[in-house]
Design a protein around this ligand. Sequence first.
Ligand SMILES: [Fe+2]
Ligand SMILES: [Fe+2]
Length: 285
Amino acid sequence: MKSKEQKAAIDQAIGRLPRLSAAAIRLLRLVQEPDHGLAEVVAIVKNDALLTSRVLMVVNSPVYGRLNKITGIDHAVSLLGEDLVVGAAMKEAAGLLLDKKLDGYAAEEGELWRHNLKTALAAKILARQTTGKVAPELAFTCGLLHDLGKAVISDYLGDNAGRIRRAVEQGKVADFLAAERVLLGIDHAEAGFTIATKWSLPVPLPEVCRFHHTPGQAPPMWRELLYIVHLADIVAMLSGVGTGADTLQYHLDRNYEAYLTLDEKGLPMVVLQVEEEFSKVAEVF
Ligand SMILES: [Fe+2]
Ligand SMILES: [Fe+2]
């Protein structure tokens, strides 16, 4: 199939995706609001039976080793915190998509979720080391959804993952993203943007999907956030949690240094911190 036909097929596949639940969208909107509180998070969770049971399932995960079962949503949300509630909501609302096996990237079931989760944790930690304009909770949510487009693009890459990786390594193509565009007429960043827009996800989530590999091209108001997610994505891959064949087959835009108060020596510390947090939360979902 030519790339033009592939792109049309991808657009159709995106159109067929099930929408997110109203509760999930409401939660994502809330995260963007600067002065929101946990009480508003509780109110959204309480209004949705599926989300309520998912949050209770997460808070009662054996990983926490709690002696008593938590049954109240107020208590559950305060124990988990906003980030993990958003994680639970995404797992509930888009789990099939975010967990799926990515044949086109040679990634097993769950790898995309783990990569997104690790990127989210790294973004939250990095947000604390910027000039301070990006809320860590917002950075977390953006990290969690940045590679949404891969879930659709994967089905159209066929068995080309190994070939693409070799072509990138031999310098025949700029990076994995460029190879996606050559083959399919669209890359996973643009596909993610289209999904986020179709799902009516609030800004800046569509922009995060679109510019996470090219943060310098993001609208100025979102550029700092985009550099955070961009670096967080690389941190996740560096610490061994990528999505298969494309791992580290992208360019690092070093202009992140203009936004983050972090030098080369600080990065290994961030990797360690992310590692520690990831080992705690990866099992609870
Ligand atoms: Fe990506
Ligand atoms: Fe990524």
